[in-house]
Design a protein around this ligand. Structure first.
Ligand SMILES: [Zn+2]
Length: 434
């Protein structure tokens, strides 16, 4: 899998005749409250990209009057975006792509009436993906991860957070991170990798919680940091997984090794924030059952609330994250797919946007901002990603629609015509078809 990189290729790309360019430009980052819905739309717009960066943005006349462009016209490839909407490439800030097979038995058991936790107790759930990962090589796992990255980018995603978490031994967690690293090298977009050794207790540690947490803190985290295989450490804080106190131990180890932290929080039941924010997590994710008392605390912090409605939909549950309450209280909200084989097997950010609109009453504008600029903040990449402004990475998604509101409107299909990554057109859709 390669992008177009010919020696004689033009050194710059000019996107012209864009019907609606959603810029998300502005000082206010992350977006909170009413500012979440301000998209900074330019009609009949153009974007000039060079050296992997955005150089000029504006109405067609403004962008094409750029001095550099005038002097280098012959070096510029033009991409006619007539009738299309262009948005910043989506930032999918929560995915679990390192697994080998779908969990179809879990799917059928839930349809027959079992809930997520009962399925897990019967040997399904997270532990159901472990043997496949342990038996595979890093290269075999990387092929699965690459396929997921291609499916994501085919639907407008250009930056991806990818977690380990189905190995649950030092060797298999590091192998999972290596697989992400291999897939990242083949993918033109940006990847941020996360060690999720604390996903669930592996079978052989069910009676030794402390022993497993020591393994995460004293072996997995130091080795992942030493080998530069992870940007973040994540913990699944949930009944049946890990407690807030255990997460604090793990976060302490992450900090000691220079890694950022993030956590799954309040997905299946209520929990108290405790001192979690003291560790400055980049994001707390899910929050379906966040306590009212914790909302103002979260709003006063720099931690992003990443909402994952795909998991609520796919588990057939009814309680979606309280997006309106969070946004209205000033919490910085992001959206992501939670791509994983158990609870959210979707690579589609547009589908997540649709769920956010119909099930969580976010406006289409709020959903797009949550999936771009705020999601970039959830990965601490807001200086480079999430808006279309000069100096930022030239990562864009082109949608074959007349109006940005159609992106969440046409649910279940794919209107993404292609993405631009680092200033180069990348069309995994067309590659798959051809
Ligand atoms: Zn997750």
């Amino acid at each position: 899998m390669t992008t177009r990189r010919k020696d004689d290729a033009p050194s710059a790309l000019l996107l012209t005749n864009i019907r609606q360019l959603v810029t998300l430009r502005g000082e206010s980052v992350p977006r909170r409250g009413p500012e979440l819905g301000q998209l900074g739309i330019i009609e009949d717009a153009a974007v000039l990209c060079s050296g992997g960066k955005i150089v000029a943005v504006g109405s067609k006349d403004e962008a094409t009057s750029d001095d550099w462009l005038k002097a280098h016209k012959r070096d510029v490839a033009e991409l006619d975006c007539s009738g299309a909407v262009v948005v910043p490439g989506f930032v999918d800030s929560h995915t679990h792509p390192v697994f080998t097979a779908p969990r179809l038995n879990d799917f059928e058991q839930r349809i027959a009436g079992s809930d997520y936790e009962t399925v897990a107790e019967k040997g399904g759930g997270i532990r159901g993906s472990v043997s496949g990962v342990r038996e595979a090589t890093a290269e075999e796992l990387a092929a699965h991860v690459s396929r997921a990255f291609a499916q994501m980018s085919a639907q407008g995603t250009t930056t991806i957070e990818a977690k380990s978490g189905y190995g649950l031994t030092v060797k298999d967690e590091l192998k999972s991170l290596e697989a992400i690293d291999i897939a990242e090298k083949e993918f033109p977009g940006t990847v941020r990798s996360t060690l999720l050794g604390a996903h669930v207790l592996p079978k052989d540690y069910l009676d030794d919680r402390e022993g497993y947490i020591r393994l995460v803190c004293e072996k997995m985290i130091p080795q992942a940091a030493e080998r530069d295989l992870a940007h973040f450490v994540d913990v699944f804080i949930e009944r049946g997984a890990f407690t807030v106190e255990e997460a604090e131990h793990i976060f302490t180890a992450a900090w000691e090794h220079g890694l950022g932290v993030r956590a799954h929080f309040c997905q299946l039941g209520k929990n108290e924030l405790g001192d979690l924010l003291k560790f400055g997590p980049a994001s707390l994710d899910h929050l379906d059952f966040i306590r009212n008392d914790d909302v103002p605390t979260l709003a006063a912090s720099n931690t992003i609330a990443t909402l994952l409605p795909g998991a609520v939909y796919f588990l057939g549950r009814s309680q979606y994250p309280p997006a309106r309450k969070l946004i209205d209280a000033g919490v910085a909200v992001a959206l992501a797919t939670d791509f994983n084989p158990g609870s959210s097997p979707t690579a589609s950010m547009p589908m997540v946007l649709s769920l956010a609109c119909t099930q969580m009453r976010m406006s289409p504008a709020e959903a797009i901002a949550a999936a771009t600029i705020n999601a970039a903040c959830a990965l601490r990449l807001q200086e480079r990603k999430g808006s279309v402004e000069p100096g930022k990475d030239a990562d864009l998604a082109i949608f074959d629609v007349d109006d940005y509101r159609e992106i969440p409107y046409w649910f279940g299909g794919n209107r993404c015509a292609g993405v631009v990554i680092g200033g180069e057109l990348y069309q995994p859709n067309l590659r798959a078809a051809g």
